[in-house]
Design a protein. Structure first.
Length: 148
């Protein structure tokens, strides 16, 4: 009886998976410099304009990215960015059902100068008979600012 039950379950499992359909699309590609060097850690953001749905990822060590399970249709606005480079945008991109669209980005260098970098450092210490400890519960705390 158990074998018969197992065979029936296996049969229906195979049939149900054979009727499954893909209802999404995906986006893949490479982000590189204008010289052809890949940019690991670059950000890629795809925005489905009508709904505002956002899909994002970072590139791998070889500059490649993959965004699976994206909504079919469009238009999409797709932006690649990396610190020190001008961002590149593709607009009015449409995805078809089951499609694996390939988009490659070439980013050019952007000269920019930072105005300032502000680093704030706060920590709490407790002085117990001349020793400094990280603040235990229910003790007096002094706010000490790190020197710049």
């Amino acid at each position: 009886m158990k074998k018969k039950y197992l065979l029936i379950m296996l049969f229906f499992g195979i049939i149900s998976t054979s009727f499954s359909q893909v209802t999404t699309a995906s986006l893949r590609g490479v982000v590189a410099t204008s010289n052809g060097e890949t940019l690991p850690g670059a950000s890629v953001l795809a925005i489905h304009v009508p709904s505002g749905t956002q899909y994002g990822t970072e590139t791998q060590s070889n500059g490649a990215f993959n965004i699976p399970n994206m909504r079919v249709g469009g238009p999409y606005k797709i932006v690649a960015s990396y610190i020190g480079y001008k961002e590149k945008t593709f607009e009015n991109v449409f995805l078809k059902i089951g499609e694996k669209l390939k988009l490659n980005f070439k980013l050019s260098e952007e000269a920019s100068q930072l105005d300032e970098i502000v680093i704030k450092c706060f920590f709490f210490i407790t002085n117990i008979t001349g020793y400094n400890f990280i603040r235990p519960a229910n003790t007096h705390v002094w706010d000490v600012k790190c020197p710049v």
